[in-house]
Design a protein around this ligand. Sequence first.
Ligand code: FB9
Length: 509
Amino acid sequence: MDTKDQDKLKDEIIAEIKEKNEVTTLDLSKKHKMDHQSIVGIIKGLEIKEIVESEKMETKQIILTEDGKNCLEKGSPDIQILKELKANGPQTKKALIEKIGEKCFNQGFKMCMKSKSITHDKASDTLTLKIEEIPTEDKIQNLVKKVNDDNDPSKYDANTTKELIKNLKFAQIETNKFFKVKKGKNFDLGNVKFETDLTTELLSNDKWEKAKFGKYNYNTKGKEIQNGALHRLLSVRNQIREIFLEQGFEEMPTNNFVESSFWNFDSLFQPQQHPSRDAHDTFFLKYPKSANTEKKFPDYFLRVKEMHEKGGFGSIGWQYNWSSEEAEKNILRTHTTAVSSRVLYKLAEEYKKTGKFIPKKYFSIDRVFRNETLDNSHLAEFHQIEGFIADYELGLGHLLGTIEDYFKRLGIDKLRFKPAYNPYTEPSVEIFAFHPVSKKWVEIGNSGIFRPEMLMPMGLPSNVNVIAWGFSLERPAMIHYHLENIRELFGHEVNLKHTQDASIYYFKE
Ligand code: FB9
């Protein structure tokens, strides 16, 4: 509706109020053949200018459902069946359903069986009239006719409304919310144009003195801003990342999902026979099948081979014939510890070049891939979070203290540590937190001190240790968002219509 038509309608509404003193938005909607909400919008506009006043009203009425209208037109379901049997003799259910409809038949059949007015031969599925005379008065239809003529619910007793609404579902209570409208204090001004802003134009020529200003309507909703919503997983990743950054950790470059077995396993002193290195757990690439690690890092490649086969620096190694071909196999990285290894190698190279080792703190958060059995909480990939600190003379106490401090920033202050085993860390420690809701200790991560067999072939100083820990991004995110299935969080079924959560507090009430 354009402004001219709107103004014309407003003038008509004002005229009606002038004549009747009071109207309702329902009456206006019927009279002007406009939907009720549009009429309410116009009244609210006039109300801001105090041309009218409105009072919120609510009325209830009883109205017929579609089944009720069917009964009004054709009679109650049982009477329809009795009339059919009276007129055309015994009939099968199928025949009757074709005539009066399945829903009506089912309701009428129950009613007839309850009143013992028919018999039902199950073998032939045939209904036969059992009474001589069918009722001359259709009481239910009479009730339905009454409701059709008078929608005031107060006219019907509790039993009637229970029968029509609850039992037969021939009627329902409809609540009408509308407004009673009468003159406002500015009514006599008519549909005058109110200024919404004090403009320079109004100020420049004293028009402001005669202008009418509308009141601010503090109840109007602000414009909905179509801003994006951060993916839940990325929201949690950002918050986890913040915790590392505020502690002075640098983020590692993780932009390579494809990794050589050398960096993912061999550089970590993980033996080539380790079960996690076979195709049941790891995704191997068909093309390019092999990496070029030996060409890029020939000396380091040999030192790793030496460490696996014969050991060194006090270790006896794994005592097997190490295969370059196995080490060159390309895979989808199974953990971001492969990236940690590359970064540590670079630190060692820097140390060998400058003769000076600078302690460092690094972290990474990115996707890793495992040939897992899929279920509600496991996909073939997840986001691993990993932190490490490389410094002189670090020990188990530093590791546990660092982990405690880290998880406290995630809202977890009840931790337990359990000795564990990782091929590339010694000691290794599993991290557990007390879940205040389930009242159970749950595993929340793994950690350890990288073995000398990993660090020494890189060329790091022998008194430099590296403490490291890791956990997954999906687990805390699922807890935080109370998700049962990881697919609600990650994958093509994710519903992005959600609001970004302002903070993350795990395991707290
Ligand atoms: O994330 C895990 N659980 C978890 C984490 C956080 C959490 O809530 C928040 C902190 C507030 C709740 C739960 N887990 C590790 C434990 C289990 O969920 C486990 O079933 C799944 N694990 C993944 C690997 O599963 C094959 C989680 C993933 C994991 C495990 C180990 C590491 C990283 C991720 C590691 C490591 C590591 C060890 C030593 C040195 C460097 C890295």
